[in-house]
Design a protein. Structure first.
Lengths: 111, 111
């Protein structure tokens, strides 16, 4: 079966940098994506990696190592509004039933 | 604006009652999904549909039913057979590419 592992909780200080890791075991791999979800809200797309390396989008960056089945989301210059849950998701194939989500990491930013 | 609309935002169900959650999209996407999210948990797939008049069970389909009579609409019925329906329900579309799109969710509570 498919499995994606993330830490359940992370706490960091406002203005700091935090890294949220995701390791995956899937039958195939097309790409790794990250989503942010505030309490009671919809997940919103943050980034996507199909190839090894770092993708940067403003304060957020995402990294992928396909050989290690590992990726991470890096949040810089943390702000209080970054407190949310963050999910990694793997697209493991070309069919409609090929998007799998991790269990999520709850990030709490403290002053 | 293009997007996914879920209604209602909050729904209360009595024991033994069937309720239907609405999901409408104007993104012209073929594939639509229903996820269930419990507090502090990830997204679990209930049902998905790749095309009109066709749908497939996900990981936790028992106690739920769906229909896909139109491309734009994918309603979910929570039946009385679902013994623990209190949860946050998310509808999504995904084209197999980089990003999945989510509705704002319906919070269902059994009273």
């Amino acid at each position: 079966g498919q499995s994606l592992e993330q830490p359940s909780e992370v706490t960091a200080v406002e203005g700091a940098i935090v890294q949220i890791n995701c390791t995956y075991q899937t039958s195939g791999f097309y790409g790794l994506s990250w989503y942010q979800q505030h309490d009671g809200g919809a997940p919103t797309f943050l980034s996507y990696n199909a190839l090894d390396g770092l993708e940067e989008t403003g304060r957020f960056s995402s990294f992928l190592s396909r050989s290690d089945s590992y990726g991470y989301l890096l949040l810089q210059e943390l702000q209080m509004k970054d407190s949310a849950s963050y999910f990694c998701a793997v697209n493991d194939g070309a069919g409609a039933n090929n998007l799998f989500f991790g269990t999520g990491t709850r990030l709490t930013v403290i002053p | 604006d293009g997007g996914i609309t879920q209604s209602p935002k909050y729904l209360f169900r009595k024991e033994g009652q069937n309720v239907t959650l609405s999901c409408e999209q104007n993104l012209n996407h073929d594939a639509m999904y229903w996820y269930r999210q419990d507090p502090g948990q990830g997204l679990r797939l209930i049902y998905y549909s790749q095309i009109v008049n066709d749908f497939q069970k996900g990981d936790i389909a028992e106690g739920y039913s769906v229909s896909r009579e139109k491309k734009e609409s994918f309603p979910l019925t929570v039946t009385s057979a679902q013994k623990n329906p209190t949860a946050f329900y998310l509808c999504a579309t995904w084209t197999g590419g980089t990003e999945a799109f989510f509705g704002q969710g319906t919070r269902l509570t059994v009273v």
